[in-house]
Design a protein around this ligand. Structure first.
Ligand code: SF4
Length: 712
């Protein structure tokens, strides 16, 4: 069948890393000598990346090699205190025993579950169901909370539903003005940059907002470099100029939106001169940006983590959405607002129930109708479903307190969480930690039991890309002996805890149940099947199943929804909502003791916590370790030169890494990538101040001081 898509040329599938989910083909290595016997080749027929891959995708077969990953369960020995190889029966028995015991002794909410945005839709769905049914706990959340939850919250608030991009990525190439806010596409998802290049070849304008002159910013017609933590003021300043210069789309505001007067008043309080003082962006640059954006026939704003990972991330994204609404962009062709999701299944991972406040289909857990629908699919009483739990950081912070046992799957918070040393300490304080992972990550090293699981090319499952396109990752290779799929692990644990049925290990069976659970919800997958995804190169949600279902006599299938909001928004009255927002300072502003700003991000050759990419030789040679990027003026003040070891100190800890001196950063700001553990761990420094709506931590700005590290 097309689902298998095995041919002599290989198996068509998708990259294990970022949300672009590039199409690729895995085939037997040409010389047969590769460490895995497989190699990644181009798959030009897939329309999003059309064969292009970044270095991470090209080398993705290497993480399948047995020597870089776990191939048998590990159990912490009572005598040596070390993790030692064990059989599956013993390991699963220990985990099930700990889950049951904690529940019995301390109540269901003493058991926590922490998932990941890299898990397939099927795994995210099964994990959420396992937590709420088998464990009966409300304490489940996932690392996607650290990724783009502010954009999701702001999108839902304004449009009634959040889908990263409400239009295909290819629309970027045909708009007239693109504003990229806090996105370094050139390094985070290089194949997507092609659309930006096409945009410029077509005569479109590119504005990049980033405190660093990144490789992406270098391509811009206009690069605005605001002080970290002030994107909100910048967006309000642009809206102020749009109002003052009469560049609004008043008909659109009247017919397609609500709440404009309040949003207008908030923007009018942000005079350009005030915005210049707050952001450091000169008024003429503000005027030029407002002119380019407002005068363009079609225009769009895309945000990424830059404006989102803040204690005011939801309002910051809201300010950019307000600018788009006031100029009549969302729901119009080649225009609008979108968020560039980060993790491989960042979109689908947040739709199917591993988030503290959500049920499958992107339904709210506190909505009685949603509870009744999902409970019906699961065959349980809606009243038996727990309510919303804590957000990711709050859950991690509660470990060893009222949450005593944790099941961690597909995440490495020791490296990726804010205030990481504290999080590490909380993980150590647990009564019991069980980790399902592919490799022995820094977090897995702390576990009582580690369960080795399969990864991308060793299992079939779906992911949902940043476009809302549901894709099929196909199994292309058998896993090493001794490794099981996450679904098999959940099936086995559920059985040991008294649930013989309801947790199938077959991904297509799980997907079929997910379809039913999502039916009628905002992210409706009911009309999507593995066969359709395979035949159509992905299907965009919502895609409801037509009344009458499939089969003979049924209505034609729903085509899926490439572009949202063309006629109405997903709000009760169909109107997009302006939300009045005001600039406010970061949770931590520089002072005498910590006079500089730290911002964090990614580099081209590593991915997230680096658990996979640090194990790939070519990627590691290209990006072997952390660094501190700083302006020559600051370097001179410190008496430091390129390569000198610097110590960065915040109120939460310190990190040591070599200096990288560049004019491409503001003199008041230093930058560190966050992919590493050890003394260069950037997240030892970051702040856990949370956004009140999205509960996103403030990764993107905190106060630090920088010193030259002592010898040795
Ligand atoms: Fe993989 Fe993202 Fe690179 Fe594409 S851009 S090859 S999806 S890491």
């Amino acid at each position: 069948s097309s689902v298998a898509a095995q041919s002599p040329s290989g198996t068509d599938t998708h990259c294990p890393y970022c949300a672009l989910q590039c199409g690729m083909t895995l085939r037997p290595a040409a010389d047969g000598a590769g460490r895995t016997g497989l190699e990644v080749t181009e798959r030009p027929s897939f329309p999003v990346n059309r064969g292009a891959l970044c270095g991470k995708g090209r080398t993705a077969a290497e993480v399948l090699a047995p020597h870089v990953r776990l191939t048998q369960p590990l159990v912490r020995s009572a005598s040596s205190g070390e993790l030692e190889p064990a059989g599956w029966d013993e390991a699963l028995g220990l985990v099930a025993g700990a889950l049951a015991r904690t529940r019995e002794e301390h109540g269901a909410d003493a058991v926590g579950v922490f998932g990941g945005g890299g898990l397939t839709n099927e795994k995210a769905y099964a994990l959420g169901k396992f937590a709420r049914l088998v464990l009966g706990t409300s304490q489940i959340d996932y690392n996607g909370r650290f990724c783009m939850s502010s954009a999701a919250a702001a999108g839902t608030r304004a449009f009634g539903v959040d889908r990263g991009l409400p239009f295909p990525l290819a629309d970027v190439a045909r708009t007239d003005c693109l504003v990229l806010v806090g996105s370094n596409l050139a390094e985070t998802m290089p194949p997507a940059l092609r659309y930006v290049t096409e945009l410029r070849e077509n005569g479109g304008k590119l504005i990049v907002v980033d405190p660093r002159r990144t490789r992406t910013a270098e391509q811009a017609d206009l690069h605005l470099a605001p002080r970290p933590g002030t994107d909100l003021a910048l967006a309000l300043g642009l809206l102020h100029l749009a109002v003052a210069e009469g560049r609004l789309d008043t008909e659109y505001i009247e017919t397609r939106t609500s709440g404009w007067p309040e949003a207008r008043s908030a923007a009018m309080a942000h005079w350009p001169e005030l915005v210049e003082r707050v952001t450091g962006v000169p008024v003429p640059e503000l005027r030029r940006a407002a002119g380019l954006f407002c005068d363009a026939g079609h225009a769009m704003v895309l945000t990424a983590r830059g404006p989102e990972q803040h204690s005011k991330g939801t309002d910051t994204v809201g300010a950019w959405i307000n600018l788009c609404l006031a100029t009549g962009r969302p729901g119009r062709p080649l225009s609008g607002y979108g968020a560039l999701t980060g993790q491989g299944n960042g979109q689908g991972g947040r739709e199917h129930g591993q988030k503290a406040d959500q049920l499958p289909g992107y339904r709210r857990l506190d909505d009685p109708a949603a509870r009744a629908h999902v409970a019906g699919v699961w065959g349980v009483d809606p009243a038996s479903l727990p309510g919303p739990g804590r957000s990711a950081y709050e859950l991690l912070d509660a470990l060893g307190g009222d949450v005593r046992t944790l099941l961690l799957a597909g995440s490495n918070p020791v490296v990726s969480a804010p205030r990481a040393a504290h999080v590490e300490q909380r993980l150590r304080a647990l009564d019991f930690l069980a980790v399902c992972d592919v490799v022995l990550s820094e977090s897995a090293r702390l576990a009582d039991v580690v369960l080795p699981v399969t990864q991308w090319a060793e299992e079939t499952g779906t992911t949902t890309s940043l476009e809302g396109r549901v894709l099929l990752r196909r199994k292309a290779a058998d896993p090493p002996e001794g490794v099981r799929t996450d679904l098999e692990v959940l099936e086995a644990l559920a059985a040991r805890l008294g649930w013989e049925k309801g947790f199938p290990a077959d991904p297509e069976e799980v997907f079929d149940e997910l379809r039913r659970a999502s039916a009628g919800g905002p992210a409706d997958y009911s009309g999507i099947s593995y066969d359709r995804i395979a035949q159509e190169d992905g299907v965009f949600w919502p895609c409801p199943e037509p009344p009458g279902g499939e089969g003979e006599g049924a209505r034609p299938p729903h085509p899926g929804t490439r572009r949202l909001f063309l006629d109405r928004f997903a709000t009760p009255d169909g109107l997009a909502r302006f939300v009045p927002v005001m600039h406010r300072p970061a949770a931590e502003e520089p002072d005498e003791g910590y006079p500089l700003l730290l911002t964090t991000g990614r580099v081209l050759s590593q991915y997230q916590s680096g658990a996979q990419t640090r194990r790939v030789g070519a990627l590691n040679s290209a990006a072997p370790g952390p660094f501190v990027e700083l302006h020559p003026r600051l370097a001179e003040q410190l008496g430091a030169e390129d390569g000198d070891a610097l110590t960065v100190v915040s109120r939460r800890g310190r990190a040591v890494a070599p200096a990288r001196v560049t004019r491409g950063i503001r003199p008041d700001t230093v930058f560190m990538p966050f992919h590493w553990d050890g003394e260069g761990r950037a997240n030892s420094l970051t702040s856990a101040a949370l956004d009140p709506v999205s509960r996103m931590p403030e990764f993107k700005v905190c106060a630090v001081r920088v010193e030259r590290a002592g010898p040795g």
